[in-house]
Design a protein around this ligand. Structure first.
Ligand code: NAD
Length: 437
């Protein structure tokens, strides 16, 4: 799993050689740690056009060192472009970032705030859509482990959890994304360091890999975690649950009685956060793919997600304020040779999220979102042949693979009680992969 190329570029001869050859220079990414939970440096808050009402108090509440004037080496720059409605006003975004972009610290953040497109005003729609091209291009050129994302918001107050996430080391591998935050009643957690205290979360496929990182991250955030995995991985699931003070559940998610078994494993009879992470691949080109390989992937990755979600919602086990998060994949967005079954299942997850999100919110007060990981360093990707693995790792703006914790942090942001305005989103955690971008 070690990224030897990245280690080589950090040696003196490696740096010399790879620079001479014009090869990628993956920068070390700053990730969350208990000792260093925040980015190191101030957040520069700039505005193009009319400012978003209510944004300043939200930023003040985050406790970040927000400056509107001078900041020599900002760790992040937040550009409020919500009020940009004309091409002339769009120039204010260039004017704000052009002088400061060079000074942004390594592993820093650029977050541009936009507004939802106004269908009655094609000038506003044009320039607000223009921000997408701007953000995606700056993400590709900025380098040094720095990321660039766009948040379209209606109400600044509902965006607090999203701003805290994007302006922190937790979003290290989230790059080039467009995230919509709706107006919503937001429940701020009593303690932002333990937003899931008193809540129960269940993570499928959590004995290892990304699922184990999700379980650890939700437990760090205060949740009681039910660690679900197939019966043959029950020992690992039990060991992890023991470490996290959670509960283990040996269960195949495709079992006919999966939802009932989940219901009876819940310590308080309610599930606040449901994370669909279990997934398998059975790669073959379509010409060589027997029906069994097709259906085993569709059963685990999509049918079980549909059935358990429906049953748990229908039984009223997910209370108001509950969160359902699922794991898609960039393969479901871009397609991938040899993965017609896998890509169909993951694109299916995207379809499920988009259709269910508004209904689940209206009927149950529950949000539904998905993470679409790109190349993540796991056993799954370690088994990929060398040349394909290297291409997957490097073909993104950060020129490296992500870590399971990067996917986990994104699930944790969706899971926060303060993320009620984040619904129906599919956020890629891919370092702005070129695939399907
Ligand atoms: P992994 O193979 O390391 O872990 C998957 C876990 O799911 C295993 O513990 C496995 O036992 C469990 N599982 C499989 N079938 C199950 C079933 N029927 N019931 C219960 N548990 C079951 O995989 P990973 O790399 O950690 O991937 C986790 C998720 O992320 C998957 O949905 C995968 O498709 C998705 N994903 C991974 C990557 C990547 O780069 N690794 C990229 C995109 C998407």
């Amino acid at each position: 799993m070690a990224d030897r190329y990245q280690s080589f570029t950090r040696t003196a001869p490696g740096r010399f050689l790879t620079r001479r050859l014009g090869l990628p220079q993956p920068a070390p990414l700053r990730r969350w740690s208990a000792e260093q939970p925040l980015l190191d440096g101030p957040v520069l808050h700039l505005t193009a056009g009319k400012p978003a009402p209510g944004l300043a108090p939200v930023l003040a509440r985050t406790g970040l060192d927000v400056r509107t004037g001078d900041a020599e080496r900002p760790a992040a720059v937040l550009v409020d472009a919500t009020g940009v409605r004309t091409v002339e006003a769009l120039a204010g975004v260039h004017g704000a970032l052009h002088p400061v972009v060079r000074s942004i610290a390594d592993s820093g953040r650029v977050v541009v705030l936009g507004a939802p497109l106004d269908p009655s005003d094609h000038h506003q729609s044009a320039v607000q859509q223009g921000l997408e091209g701007f953000v995606r291009s700056l993400g590709k050129e900025i380098g040094r482990g720095r990321t660039v994302n766009l948040v379209r918001l209606t109400d600044a107050a509902a965006a607090e959890s999203t701003l805290r996430f994007l302006l922190s080391p937790r979003s290290a591998f989230v790059d080039g994304q467009v995230i919509e935050v709706d107006a919503a009643e937001v429940t701020a957690p009593e303690d932002w360091d333990r937003p899931l205290a008193g809540r129960t979360a269940l993570v499928t496929g959590a004995a290892r890999g990304i699922g184990a990182a999700v379980a650890e991250t939700l437990a760090r955030d205060g949740a009681h975690v039910v660690v679900l995995d197939v019966p043959r991985a029950e020992d690992e699931a039990r060991a992890l649950a023991g470490r996290l003070g959670g509960t283990a559940l040996g269960l195949d998610v495709t079992a006919a009685d999966a939802a009932d078994r989940i219901a009876s494993a819940l310590p308080d009879g309610r599930l606040d956060v449901l994370v669909h992470n279990a997934g398998i691949t059975r790669d073959r080109r379509l010409v060589n793919m027997p029906a069994e390989r097709w259906s085993s992937v569709l059963d685990v990755n999509l049918a079980s997600v549909l059935h358990t979600t429906d049953a748990l919602l229908a039984q009223g086990l997910i209370p108001r304020g509950g969160r359902i998060t699922a794991t898609a994949s960039i393969a479901g967005i871009a397609g991938n040779s040899g993965q017609t079954n896998y890509a169909a299942s993951k694109a299916g997850v995207v379809g499920l999220v988009r259709a269910l999100a508004p209904r689940a919110l209206a009927e149950h007060g529950v949000t539904v979102n998905a993470v679409a990981p790109g190349f993540i360093e796991t056993r799954m990707t370690a088994a990929v042949p060398l040349m394909i693995r290297e291409a997957g790792r490097r073909m993104n703006s950060l020129a490296q693979g992500g870590l399971p914790v990067d996917v986990a942090e994104t699930h944790a942001w969706f899971a926060s009680p303060a993320s009620g305005g984040v619904n129906g989103q599919v956020v890629r955690v891919c370092g702005q992969s070129m695939l399907g971008a």
